[in-house]
Design a binder for this molecule. Structure first.
Ligand SMILES: Nc1ncnc2c1ncn2[C@@H]1O[C@H](COP(=O)(O)OP(=O)(O)OP(=O)(O)O)[C@@H](O)[C@H]1O
Ligand SMILES: [Mg+2]
Length: 350
């Protein structure tokens, strides 16, 4: 990782009996966009609030730009931490116009300097000419870009974004998140983006941290956490996971879909579970094929075909939308390659 901008070491936080954040290490590098993803209640917002200084950790240390901001008897208040925040609910000041909102955190500047910094930020987020508009005169996407401009204006050491797209409707969300990523990259900002949306985390993060039950389960490049999840729970959380169990003999897993070869760390037998992503499966219509099509979810660009194997196990296969697999038809199932990620059977039952 390039220079570490934000570093958490052993950070923990409880509210009464609720352990919101269990002892956690996490780092974000200079200019990095780190996506923090996990289900509702797993502690994401608490972690951001600890970094921002709205909560004090029970244990551990937090450093921002090399400076100790919490822990070891130190507690620096939020306004001194050089942290920019963008929240789920647009927190623009309703009584200030766009220029007033963006310029809000700019202290110790002359009027002229402040005006030119606001101009610079509005150009960055593509909202030149919006200075005199009020928050209630903006679309959801424009409002979110103003909030981002306001967070970036003072040149923070890190920008924290907590579910910034969840109040936007689906059609707008993808465009706004692409735009926000572009803006953060142009600004060279270090950012931590919280989301419970796996696709959003994978699409936006330079790296992705998966948080489950107050703990960071895995941190890695998007393709690492998706293709090589460290356990069944992470596999299951990050998109569709077909989990198929089989007998492991001499490094080969014998499953209902044939022989698969576990990649990398081979679990010790006698049983193991292979992870097959829906796009790893190929189907062929065969009159006496072993699997039956039970459902088809059509998405336009592709489709997910739900299959039932003779054992009753259901699998999801993601395919081009061109070929049709009518419900009730019989298919043969092939894996895209023999190499798969596999986990010990025991882990899945825990
Ligand atoms: N101030 C508080 N007092 C008591 N419990 C709290 C407080 N803040 C959070 N919690 C609890 O801590 C846990 C983690 O909450 P947190 O808000 O960090 O989750 P989250 O991952 O952001 O969830 P969501 O995706 O729903 O926003 C939850 O069980 C929550 O109920
Ligand atoms: Mg939250």
């Amino acid at each position: 990782m390039s220079d570490v901008r934000v570093a958490l070491a052993g950070v923990a936080k409880s509210f009464g009996v609720v352990q919101a954040v269990r002892p956690t290490d996490l780092q974000a590098g200079e200019g990095e966009l780190l996506a923090l993803v996990g289900p509702s209640g797993c502690g994401k917002t608490t972690l951001l609030r600890l970094i921002a200084g709205f909560e004090a950790p029970d244990a551990g240390t937090i450093r921002i730009g090399g400076c100790l901001v919490a822990g070891e008897g130190v507690f620096m208040p939020p306004e001194r931490r050089r942290v920019g925040m963008v929240f789920q609910q647009l927190a623009l000041f309703p009584h200030l116009d766009v220029a007033g909102n963006v310029g809000y955190g700019l202290k110790g500047m002359s009027r002229g300097e402040r005006r030119s910094r606001v101009q610079e930020l509005l150009a960055l987020v593509g909202l030149e000419g919006y200075e005199r508009r009020f928050p209630d005169e903006l679309s959801g996407g424009e409002g979110q870009r103003v909030a981002l401009a306001r967070a970036l204006a003072p040149g923070p050491a890190v920008v924290l974004l907590d579910e910034p797209f969840s109040s936007l409707d689906l059609s707008l969300r993808e465009a706004v998140r692409r735009e926000v990523r572009r803006i953060l990259k142009v600004a060279g900002a270090t950012a931590i983006l919280v989301t419970h949306d796996q696709d959003e985390a994978l699409a936006m993060g330079d790296r992705v941290a998966v948080m489950l039950g107050g703990r960071i389960s895995q941190v890695g490049l998007p393709e690492e956490v998706y293709r090589r999840p460290r356990d069944v729970t992470v596999a299951d959380f990050l998109g569709d996971a077909n989990l198929i169990e089989g007998d492991l003999t001499e490094g080969v897993l014998h499953t209902e879909l044939g022989q698969l070869v576990p990649n990398g760390l081979v679990p010790t037998g006698p049983r193991a579970i292979a992870l097959l992503r829906p796009e790893d499966l190929n189907l062929e219509l065969v009159a006496d094929g072993p699997a039956t099509v039970v459902d088809v979810e059509y998405f336009g660009h592709d489709q997910v075909v739900v299959l039932r194997l003779p054992s009753g196990l259901e699998l999801r296969a993601r395919l081009h939308a061109r070929e049709r697999f009518p419900r009730g038809s019989r298919v043969a199932v092939r894996c895209a390659g023999p190499r798969v990620v596999a986990f010990p059977s025991q882990a899945a039952r825990e």
